[in-house]
Design a protein around this ligand. Structure first.
Ligand code: FES
Length: 150
């Protein structure tokens, strides 16, 4: 069914599908939080690093974490992706969830699900749901890396 493309944020090339993003998604896409720049990375001493690729679209996500060894809380969560707007917004919001209020405990961070991220984002269009998984998986990979190094 053809939708009213004038009311959408994005339309497919064949104009057969279109969707809207929540204001939260747009805010995080245009102003990504905790993004790792090339400059930042030069001197960054991460405690754990995780890289994952999406089997659905071939995009890639990298997450760096710093952990307070005394409290086992994540002090910082940085990230970079070769992914779409939804992957950028999802990981940006996830990086805030993890590091706010003194940082989430490692055990709590491991319990974050793509559904938790979607809730925080105010949802994603159905065709973009898989994009929220990338940040979540890269965070787990970074935590595993941290735990393996301990
Ligand atoms: Fe690949 Fe969104 S389409 S991360």
């Amino acid at each position: 069914m053809t939708q009213d493309l004038s009311k959408s944020d994005v339309a497919s090339k064949d104009k057969q599908s279109a969707w809207l993003y929540s204001d939260i998604v747009k805010d995080h896409f245009f102003n990504p939080r905790n993004l790792m720049t090339d400059e930042d990375e030069k001197n960054y001493k991460a405690d754990g690093v995780g890289v994952v690729g999406s089997p659905v679209c071939g995009d890639m996500m990298k997450v760096w974490i710093k952990v307070d060894k005394e409290t086992n809380r994540i002090k910082e969560c940085k990230w970079r992706t070769f992914g779409c707007a939804s992957a950028i917004a999802s990981t940006s919001v996830m990086s805030e969830m993890v590091a706010k209020k003194g940082g989430m405990k490692i055990e709590e961070a491991l319990k974050i699900t793509p559904q938790d991220i979607l809730k925080e984002l105010g949802g994603l269009p159905e065709p973009k749901m898989h994009c929220s998984v990338l940040g979540d998986q890269a965070l787990r990979a970074a935590i595993n890396d941290y735990q393996n190094k301990k």
